[in-house]
Design a protein around this ligand. Sequence first.
Ligand SMILES: *Cc1c(COP(=O)(O)O)cnc(C)c1O
Length: 390
Amino acid sequence: MPVREEKLYYGRQWINEEDKNAVLETLSSDFITCGPRVKEAEKAIAEYTGAKYAVAVANGTAALHCACIAAGIGAGDEVITTPLTFAASANCALYCGAKPVFADVDSDTYNIEPANIEKCITKKTRAVVAVDFTGQAVKINEIRKICDKYGLVFIEDAAHAIGTSYNGKQIGSLADMTCFSFHPVKTVTSGEGGAVTTNSEELYKKLILAHTHGITHDEELMEEDVHEGSWYYEQISLGYNYRMTDFQAALLLSQLKQLEFFKERRKEIVKQYDEALKNIPGIILQKEIPESDTCRHLYIIRLDSDRLACTRRQFFDAMSSENVQCQVHYIPVYWFPYYQKLGYQNGICPAAEKIYKGIMSIPLYPKMTDQDVDDVIHAVKKVAENYRKA
Ligand SMILES: *Cc1c(COP(=O)(O)O)cnc(C)c1O
């Protein structure tokens, strides 16, 4: 008998009536794109994160691409990132003609290790894309020091980390640029959506251009003297159409109102998991650094092969049979065929590869009931018990 009847998934959005009304209201307004809701959402993100500026974009991947463009990354440059991430954290360097370089993670926190970043630096290194994996902040102070020492741009991929703070400061206000995603599995959603925050006016201006064709209506930025009329605009760089719509922004604004509630509920569930799973033989939990007050996006359990007589696949499938659908975050990026064809070799980040082989993400989202949480705990205990080594 499975521990529950209905399948439980690892992540899911929570859309309420207020969210739906906000979208409908915007659809009936004059602007469904390039309107006031986008501006309001940008203001709300800047206020929440404590950053001076925020630019709303079409998705988290666009946020990373815009950040790389604003950082001036181009052909021949190198960008250091982690292999334990969604492919977009590395692809953004490739979009700019640069080469992603993978620095290995810490074996306990699974986050990129600053000492390993430093080892990867060459004359070509221009930026670091550090991912707050599962929502836990990276070692921001250490990475800041390295970036200052070598003149690198510090880009934080905080797709998992809205709501997290580091030494009491909100994520989004600390790196040179911080990128967020509002995909439905993330902590707040706009369907598809993303944002970049920064404290630098110079970077902000570049981000604005990057996400809207490199076209400006701002006379101060224009290069020609011919201002033929109020309709006049200029394309002054190569940009993209990476704009968020106003109905997405309306959804985002409404979701941001619930962020504190989402965060508290996530923390509650994490606490229950921590308490229940910390002493199960064969299950290793992710370690936290004290500087990070984490709004956890993913809850990862790691199998200890010395104590369990099963493969990760057997454990994963057994959880599935209990109707608890896990997921694996992430396959090391450079293992993908595309990266292999670019010449990346297996084995370059042994800690990340070892972690990958033993991990899975169990369900974590605010809409889970206490019963759902208990079911997951029950399933992990049952499967671990079944596979315990004699
Ligand atoms: C989700 C995610 C992205 C990409 O965000 P999208 O909005 O899906 O484009 C980038 N980096 C990480 C770490 C993510 O989890």
